[in-house]
Write a protein that binds this ligand. Structure first.
Ligand code: ADP
Ligand code: MG
Length: 252
């Protein structure tokens, strides 16, 4: 495949809610092996953009391409295509251990049957799954908590665990909607390390964020939207100096 075909692309996306034009012709292209930030003031259309890209909502106009192919319709996550979204509110198995929460993302529906039958290939798969889960937990600064129940974690740690669990499903595109919200500085550093590790693994990461400093530090490219339109895009330093961006953030 062409190296320059974006992992995820939206072209001319338009979405109305009644009289509100939440997206007004948005173009975005996210390359594999990059972290792509989407920033913009509250209500600018960031979450709506994610919902259209993942087909949680059907856009009124425009198209969504995954590695150059039209995205399957009517699906909020597109598992076959490897697009996974992490929502703003964590949905964890609170009583299960931190490690088991991650393993639920890795295991196939049949793996418990295999485990009972103790098939050698399945035991190997289980060992590999645990090793992968443990590695991801380490990036997120959660290795020491692996055997504790998920409900013993802080709010920020739960959000990190949600991200790790999504990564464990081995998506090719991961979309994070405001993952830094409610995280303390140490947890934000862990999130930055996790994003860097995902980039190294060749994932396309879309980072919708409120925390502009975090986006500027972590992202390779940034798209800025305001009232449903792209007002700037480019490398963080370039976007940061853009007069339209300064006006959007400071002129209100
Ligand atoms: P952001 O994530 O940037 O804060 P949203 O995408 O949530 O912005 O919202 C963009 C605009 O669309 C806002 O004016 C919001 O009120 C409106 N909106 C979003 N979702 C809905 C919905 N489900 N129904 C009606 N209006 C919506
Ligand atoms: Mg939002």
């Amino acid at each position: 495949p062409d190296r320059d075909v974006p992992a995820l692309e939206g072209r001319g996306l338009v979405k109305h809610f009644g009289g509100v034009r939440a997206l007004d012709g948005v173009d975005i292209a996210v390359q594999a092996g990059t972290v792509h930030g989407v920033i913009g003031p509250n209500g600018s259309g960031k979450s709506t953009l994610v919902s259209c890209l993942t087909r949680f909502y059907r856009a009124d106009e425009g198209e969504v391409l995954i590695f150059g192919e039209p995205a399957p319709a009517a699906s909020w996550a597109v598992p076959g295509a490897g697009v996974t979204r992490v929502f703003q509110v964590p949905h964890l198995f609170e009583r299960q251990s931190v490690l088991d929460n991650v393993l639920t993302g890795i295991r196939t529906p049949y793996s418990w049957v295999s485990a009972v039958l103790r098939l050698p290939s399945c035991l190997r798969a289980e060992r590999e799954a645990r090793a992968f889960a443990t590695e991801l937990l380490a990036f997120a600064g959660l290795a020491a908590r692996a055997s504790f129940p998920a409900d013993s974690l802080s709010h920020g740690q739960k959000r990190l665990l949600e991200v790790v669990r999504a990564v464990a499903t081995r998506p090719r595109v991961l979309i994070l909607d405001e993952p830094a919200t409610g995280l303390v500085p140490g947890e934000i550093d862990a999130l930055a390390r996790l994003c860097a590790a995902l980039r190294e693994r060749g994932l396309a990461v879309v980072l919708i964020e409120h925390n502009v400093e975090f986006v500027m530090k972590v992202c390779d490219e940034v798209t800025v939207i305001e009232t449903g339109r792209v007002i700037a895009r480019g490398a963080p330093a370039q976007v940061r100096a853009d007069p339209a961006v300064l006006a959007a953030y400071l002129g209100r």
